[in-house]
Ligand binder design. Structure first.
Ligand SMILES: [Zn+2]
Ligand SMILES: [Zn+2]
Ligand SMILES: [Zn+2]
Length: 342
C-alpha cells in the first residue's frame, strides 16, 4: 500500500485551494493588469481538487490507526468469486490496494459511514460545473467560475469550522479574505438582480426558470433586466420578443425569454430511445414551448385545458384531445361509430 501522510494531505489541500484562488484573481483581472482569462479553468480544477483533498484528510484523521486511514483513502482491491474446491464459492480480494485514491462517490459513502456532514448538493453542483467547464473555451467560462467560487465559500467555511475545528481565516491565509469579499459581492449582486426583475413582469410560474438563466457569452448568472425596457414599462410576459437582459459580469445583452424557455426545456430531460416522453410542449394558446403536459397548464400564459380527463374512462387528456368534447381518442372513436351505426 502506498504511504499515507495525513498532514501532507492537508497541506496539499490548502495549497491547491490557495492556488485556485490565485488563478481566480488572475482570471478576473483586466488584460492590461496582467489578467489572463484562461486561468479560470485551472482555478476551478485547483479549487475542486483542494476540497476533495480536504475531505480525504478528514477521513484519514477520523480513525486512530494509520493502516485504517490508508485502507479508507486508497481504492480497495477488487473482490472476486473463487471456487473453494468443495463446490462452493469464496469471495476474495484480488491484488493489493491500488495507488489511486477514492473518488467523489466513494468519499460520499465514507462520509456517510463516519457521520461526517457535508452539503453534497453543493459539491455535486460544483462537480457538474467543473466537468461542464472542461468542454468550453476558457474565454466563455469566467462568469460561471465566479458562481463556482461563490458557492464554494459557505461549504469550505462550514467544513473547516465544524469538521476540522479550525478557523478558515487561519488555515487559508490570504485566500480567505479574497473568497469572503467575492462571496459578499456575488450574493449582494444576485440580490440586486433578483429585486430588479420584480418590476419586469416575468410570468409568475416562469420565475424559477429565470433563476436558472446564464449569460450566453460568459456563463454568469448575474443578469439584470435592461434599464431601457424597465423605463419603457415593458413586461417580459408580453414583450418577450424585445425584452433584454444585461450581464453584470461581462456587459453582454440579449433577449431573456428564450433563455428562460431553454432552461425549462433543457431540464425536461428525456430520451425517446428509452421510451421516454417529453414533459413540455408548445402551448396552443400562446405558441411558446412552455406547456407542461402532465400538469396540464402553460407556465407562460397560464392556459389550462377545458377538458382534463375523459368523461368515460377518466384518462388524462392533452391539448390534442380538446376538440371532442371531453373524451379520450378511443372513446371519441367509439361514440362516433355508435352514432353512425344508428
Ligand atoms: Zn456575461
Ligand atoms: Zn401558453
Ligand atoms: Zn376514455
Amino acid at each position: 500500500m502506498a504511504e499515507l501522510d495525513a498532514e501532507k494531505l492537508k497541506e496539499n489541500a490548502l495549497t491547491s485551494i490557495r492556488l485556485g484562488i490565485e488563478d481566480f484573481q488572475r482570471a478576473k483581472q483586466a488584460k492590461e493588469q496582467g489578467g489572463d482569462p484562461a486561468r479560470a479553468l485551472s482555478a476551478v480544477r485547483n479549487l475542486f481538487a483542494g476540497i476533495l483533498l480536504l475531505f480525504k484528510y478528514k477521513i484519514a484523521v477520523s480513525v486512530d490507526d494509520p493502516d485504517d486511514a490508508q485502507a479508507l483513502i486508497f481504492n480497495p482491491p477488487e473482490v472476486l468469486p473463487q471456487a473453494d474446491g468443495n463446490g462452493g464459492v469464496e469471495w476474495k480480494p484480488v491484488g493489493k490496494f491500488r495507488k489511486t485514491t477514492i473518488d467523489v462517490a466513494t468519499i460520499k459513502k465514507r462520509f456517510e459511514g463516519f457521520d461526517i456532514d457535508v452539503d453534497w448538493q453543493a459539491i455535486e453542483k460544483m462537480q457538474e460545473c467543473r466537468n461542464h467547464l472542461e468542454h468550453l473555451h476558457p474565454a466563455n467560462t469566467l462568469g460561471e467560475v465566479a458562481g463556482f467560487v461563490a458557492d464554494l465559500f459557505p461549504v469550505l467555511r462550514e467544513f473547516i469550522q465544524t469538521q476540522l475545528n479550525e478557523q478558515p481565516a487561519e488555515v487559508l491565509a490570504n485566500a480567505w479574505p479574497v473568497m469572503l469579499a467575492h462571496h459578499e459581492f456575488f450574493t449582494n449582486t444576485m440580490a440586486t438582480c433578483a429585486a430588479a426583475w420584480d418590476d419586469a413582469g416575468v410570468p409568475e410560474l416562469m420565475k424559477p426558470w429565470l433563476d436558472q438563466c446564464q449569460c450566453e457569452k460568459c456563463g454568469s448568472s448575474l443578469l439584470r433586466p435592461s434599464q431601457d425596457d424597465i423605463e419603457d414599462g415593458a413586461s417580459v410576459e408580453s414583450q418577450d420578443k424585445s425584452f433584454d437582459y444585461v450581464c453584470v459580469a461581462c456587459g453582454h445583452s440579449d433577449l431573456i425569454a428564450p433563455l428562460m424557455i431553454k432552461a425549462l426545456n433543457d431540464a425536461d430531460d428525456y430520451d425517446p430511445r428509452d421510451g421516454g416522453e417529453p414533459g413540455v410542449e408548445g402551448c396552443n394558446e400562446c405558441d411558446r414551448s412552455t406547456f407542461l403536459i402532465h400538469e396540464q397548464h402553460c407556465l407562460w400564459c397560464g392556459a389550462e385545458l377545458d377538458y382534463k380527463e375523459c368523461s368515460v374512462c377518466e384518462e388524462s387528456l392533452g391539448q390534442g384531445d380538446q376538440w371532442n368534447g371531453g373524451l379520450c381518442g378511443y372513446h371519441a372513436h367509439v361514440f362516433d361509430k355508435v352514432m353512425r351505426d344508428d
